[in-house]
Design a protein around this ligand. Structure first.
Ligand code: FES
Length: 142
């Protein structure tokens, strides 16, 4: 159910070395993308604990994006491979828990892919918008 005037709140957990640099390049290149995303920078996607994603939903996010270096480009060698494996299991867990998977996204964006970042953000926002506001936690904690 979509509320009138509602805009989805997206939390993006990104690695410092690739996706954050790509998002920064989008900014310095003055590419326009939707402002509903809040970026949280971490050293590596391998550092992103699945509980961070749950916490983001608990704190009011309607959707979450995790993005880091492309396979083979992780600055810590294999952090993104660990993240990908963890993500595959965690997605299933979220589905089992009744979370609409339109709310959770995973991507690779390199430091030079500002255009990809812009397109990804706009796409994630539209997908989360189609899922409507995430109210499961709000109903539990009014
Ligand atoms: Fe970017 Fe590991 S440093 S995913």
């Amino acid at each position: 159910m979509e509320e009138k005037g509602w805009e989805p709140r997206i939390v993006a957990f990104v690695c410092n070395w690739c996706t954050y640099a790509g998002a920064d390049l989008a900014g310095t290149s003055r590419l326009e993308y939707r402002p509903e995303v809040r970026i949280i920078k971490l050293p590596c996607t391998g550092r992103i604990d699945p509980l961070f994603i749950i916490k983001a939903f608990e704190k009011g996010a309607d959707g979450v994006l995790v993005s880091g270096c492309h396979p083979g480009d992780c600055h810590y060698t294999s952090g993104n491979y660990h993240a990908r494996r963890r993500w595959i299991v965690f997605r299933e867990l979220l589905k089992f828990a009744g979370i609409d998977l339109r709310r959770v996204h995973f991507s690779w964006v390199s430091a030079s892919e500002a255009l990809k970042w812009r397109d990804l953000i706009n796409e994630v926002i539209e997908t989360v918008r189609s899922a409507g506001p995430f109210e499961a936690y709000r109903r539990l904690n009014p």
